[in-house]
Design a binder for this molecule. Sequence first.
Ligand code: FES
Length: 147
Amino acid sequence: MSRQLTIGEVAERSGIAATALRYYETRGLIASDRAGSGHRRYPRSVLRRLAFIVFAQRVGLTLREIEETLASLPGDRTPTRADWSTLSARWRTRVDEEIAQLERLKSAMTDCIGCGCLSLDRCALANPDDRAAAAGPGPIVLRDARA
Ligand code: FES
């Protein structure tokens, strides 16, 4: 069996702070054994699991979504090359959707530049596609914000 890694070694190799590693462990994203001294000892595969977590966060997944994804792998295993290939293909759609949303935001901002009205019912940033009109009369946006 290969030598296990201390939390300091994992932090150094992954670039993730020890505090974050402990937090990931409390969330069940990674696991360690306890040495006789009570110190955490991680299997080397934790580095691949951490890489998966970092990449998933860059794609925009929340820790909860990452937890669910990791838990969905057979035997709660460390993601294999095939797992990563499948999941990254699925996440590409998500990235495309986020790009489209940012393009819409950019387009809406074009109307705001030089405007300054900050109108909750007319400004496309506050009321995209005039959604507030469908919700009824009055200050829908402010009413919803107070609720
Ligand atoms: S601030 Fe006037 S349209 Fe956005």
